[in-house]
Design a protein around this ligand. Structure first.
Ligand SMILES: [Fe+2]
Length: 243
């Protein structure tokens, strides 16, 4: 089994990193291998024909796509999808091989445990329309946080890997210092989790940058083998090798 983690895809906008010419290793994978998107997946948005076409393209890739939710998701539509138990945790099934890793769940992937926690605050909220392009559910509520804590306590506060959309406050502090655009309320909750949890690597998206801070890895364009903080080498994406 191979597992990779990458950053926000935003529907089709940032999906090119998963095309064969940018992700050659992907063509050797099977449906028992996984690519995890660290939020702002964006292909459960409006159900438009172009969205469904893009989703079909992704579904037809050799691997299974997993994602935690970001802030730029249609949380209402996501919540309407069927829930099922999958590898020890709960998922929304988007299609045959696209699954949403629900908040606060711990998954077992071939003996490796992965804690998933979507959600973040939109810094562009003022330009968005509630329930059309922005949902208050973007920030995990008290029940979702409590569930996460219960599930982690059941694991003795020890997992192999963490995938979130937002980063713990300590990492934002390293990245931005006092220059933070969003509220620090949810990052501070994540920070509490980080203090209690033993893990190897914590991957997060949201910040649209590939940046390493020790065991914390910000992901955007990079595709990281699970457990590593060095992304796969990028094949020259401008060579005319599109398949
Ligand atoms: Fe994003």
């Amino acid at each position: 089994m191979a597992v990779y983690v990458t950053g926000d895809t935003h529907g089709s906008i940032d999906l090119a990193k998963l095309r064969p010419r940018r992700f050659e290793a992907g063509s050797r994978l099977t449906k028992d291998d996984y690519v995890i998107v660290a939020g702002d997946f964006g292909l459960v948005w409006d159900g438009s024909p172009s969205e469904l076409e893009t989703r079909d393209w992704l579904d037809a890739r050799p691997w299974t796509t997993l994602f935690v939710d970001g802030n730029h998701e249609n949380h209402e539509l996501l919540a309407s999808l069927p829930v099922e138990k999958w590898h020890g945790g709960l998922v929304h099934r988007v299609s045959g091989s696209i699954l949403h890793l629900m908040r606060g769940q711990v998954f077992d992937l071939d003996g490796l445990s992965v804690f998933a926690m979507g959600g973040a605050e939109s810094v562009d909220r003022q330009w968005r329309v509630p329930y059309r392009s922005w949902w208050p559910e973007e920030i995990p509520n008290a029940d979702e946080r409590a569930l996460a804590e219960t599930n982690l306590a059941a694991r003795g506060w020890r997992v192999d890997y963490v995938v979130t959309h937002e980063a713990p406050y300590r990492v934002l502090d390293l990245m931005y210092g006092d220059d933070q655009a969003a509220s620090d309320e949810f990052p501070r909750w994540l920070d509490g989790i980080a203090s209690r949890l033993t893990f190897d690597v914590w991957y997060f998206g949201h910040h649209h940058i590939d940046e390493n801070h020790g065991e914390y890895q910000a992901c955007y364009e990079g595709i990281y083998p699970l457990g590593e903080t060095e992304p796969l080498p990028v094949v020259d994406s401008w060579l005319p090798r599109e398949r």
